[in-house]
Design a protein around this ligand. Structure first.
Ligand SMILES: [Ca+2]
Ligand SMILES: [Ca+2]
Length: 211
């Protein structure tokens, strides 16, 4: 299959010229409990283990509880890579293990106009979330964000090539090494699991081989 991965690396210039982005709606964060001791706070790229309940703001219906079957089924996810709804990525930063928060998430940062399952279209959601544990993510979120030059949450060949060029330059090698193309091929063969011609944040974060 021929994969045509077009990639505009610098669209931010265009955004600037056309007057900038509209402000994104915010998540309302209320801290329900904060432990006295806090050794580390959650940051993008960390893996978080949480218990949570989700309610519809409109009528208070509980649509999900990880404690439905006792305390045995908390959920792991990686913060900041859109593995979960945007409202969680925004609302669970700088949180201590043991902390409990109430998040009020507008639909545009949750399931939007379509809704999902028990969640009707356009629903504002309320979550009661307890952070049980924080672990280091397998790969740095920061390095992904650094490589993703056009901020579209996926890496195209041009971005990976640019990254290699900079890395080689940093270590004093020729920036025009033709081996780079072979390396880019190899990287995509290993990392682009769904073979769509891009390395998504998810594919990047869960890979084991270092770039
Ligand atoms: Ca990109
Ligand atoms: Ca992919």
């Amino acid at each position: 299959m021929f994969l045509f991965s077009v990639c505009l690396i610098f669209p931010s210039l265009f955004v600037f010229v056309t007057g900038g982005k509209l402000p994104e709606p915010e998540v309302k964060i209320e801290v329900l409990y904060k432990p006295f001791m806090c050794y580390r706070k959650s940051k993008y790229g960390d893996m978080l283990l949480v218990h949570h309940e989700g309610y519809l703001e409109s009528n208070g219906t509980l649509f999900f509880s990880s404690r439905e079957h006792g305390d045995t089924n908390p959920v792991w996810f990686t913060l900041g890579i859109r593995e979960v709804i945007k409202g969680w990525d925004k609302g669970l930063k700088d949180m201590c293990a043991g902390e409990r928060r109430k998040l009020t998430v507008p639909s545009s940062l949750a399931y939007g106009k379509e809704g999902k399952g028990k969640i009707p279209p356009g629903s504002t959601l309320i979550f009661d979330i307890e952070l049980m544990e924080i672990r280091n993510g397998p790969r740095s979120h920061d390095s992904f964000r650094e490589m993703d030059l056009n901020d579209d949450w996926k890496l195209c060949r041009e971005e990976v090539r640019e990254y290699l060029r900079k890395e080689f330059e940093k270590h004093g090698y020729s920036p025009n090494d033709t081996n780079h193309e072979v390396m880019v091929d190899d990287i995509f063969k290993n990392e682009d699991e769904d073979e769509d011609g891009f390395i998504s944040a998810r594919e990047f974060t869960y890979q084991h081989d270092e770039l």
